[in-house]
Design a protein around this ligand. Sequence first.
Ligand SMILES: Nc1nc2c(ncn2[C@@H]2O[C@H](COP(=O)(O)OP(=O)(O)OP(=O)(O)O)[C@@H](O)[C@H]2O)c(=O)[nH]1
Ligand SMILES: [Mg+2]
Length: 464
Amino acid sequence: MVLDNLGSSLRGSLDKLSGKSRVSEEDVEEIVREIQRSLLQADVDTSLVMDLSSSIEERALEEEPPGGTTARDHVLSIVYEELVDLVGESTDLPLESQTILLAGLQGSGKTTTAAKMAWWFSKKGLRPAVVQTDTFRPGAYDQAKEMASRAEVEFYGDPDNDDPVDIARKGLEETSDADVHIVDTAGRHALEDDLIDEIEQIERVVDPDRNLLVLDAAIGQGAKQQAQQFDESIGIDGVAITKLDGTAKGGGALTAVNETDSSIAFLGTGETVQDVERFEPNGFISRLLGMGDLKQLTERVERAMEETQEEDEDWDPEDMLQGSFTLKDMRKQMNAMNKMGPLDQVMDMIPGMGGGMMDELPDDAMDVTKDRMRDFEVVMDSMTEAELENPRAIGASQVERIARGSGKGEERVRELLEQHKMMAQTLKQFQGMGQGGDMERMMKKMQGGGGGGGGGMGGMGPFG
Ligand SMILES: Nc1nc2c(ncn2[C@@H]2O[C@H](COP(=O)(O)OP(=O)(O)OP(=O)(O)O)[C@@H](O)[C@H]2O)c(=O)[nH]1
Ligand SMILES: [Mg+2]
């Protein structure tokens, strides 16, 4: 994941501020150094890094922390705002009829992203179609067709036609019933004139509402030039960053976004059509800083619920964000999680478990965690309704009974209670961020005010 170690290294320095009411110049310098190191390691453009760190430094030293805010929270909220500002807003994608053209180098993930985006739009109630115009790579047609069928969306391609422009034209005609047309194009190993010619011609015929550049997260500083060239030829409105599930650093993609004055639209986090997320700057940075990303998590839980028909009349993930977080909520979350994709991705979104925590785990920790979750299930099965609803009331004698009943040992039972407490606490912090704990409203508010410099969000005490 992008800037993976930023969260953990930064939290280290920030923790040193705990208990202090003022930050010293030294403190700020150390924090800024950590940020610089992480960003540069992640291949973010040097001048961007310098701009960012100097504004953090300036603000941390000059701005007065709002009353009652600790030094740590004050600095954290500045870092947060500046990082949100760096990654920028999410590309505007209205949920309406539109045509989207995908561009990018060979293997960047265009075809996969086309199917993922189509799947995403279909989940939003629109009717998408994928049009495959790649006549360059043998197998492109079959691959795109296969992926579109996995996404359960309409598909057009023609393996017998070797004119991509003609395919594009016919594709739009043949799929005219669809609302959202996603046009996939061929890639080349480098930006050659014939690729540029081809995509310009397709662009003219397709007349897209949006052009998205698909970039592999592994692309380093080279992203800048590539982005510039595509921007010059067809104009880039947004970027889809793929393969964020790998070890890639992703900073190059951030640089490309800044270079083209565009924004990030989607993040690809795996090979299947469901491994896609709409980019959300606030959630993204929260996750990066190890604050968890509740909105994404809620969305994934909802999806997982729908898919497994487990939709439970009594349970709405939103409730969890509003009021009390019971062991039942935690169990639902765990159940859904198994259907939500790779555990480490999901973990990243859980408040208190994200970011650095994953880095610190040994390689086989994920399996251990899976075992632990299974144990937690068994432990919960040995609890009464009342205990599940109000775990705080569970005392030593109950722990003993539950341990005996589940055969899992008292330590496991306590671990579960600990874990629940931690999650509940972090949720509370998030609730505190909005007035009246309204998560949706808070997110909107933050999106409206975030990144605007000044102290827009600082006053809300988001980390208090
Ligand atoms: N792990 C992972 N793999 C991905 C992701 N997106 C794409 N891939 C893989 O990357 C490889 C290339 O993806 P494609 O979608 O075929 O890329 P493309 O840009 O269409 O490639 P060309 O058509 O040859 O230019 C495939 O093996 C995909 O499965 C992602 O988000 N995560
Ligand atoms: Mg392709």
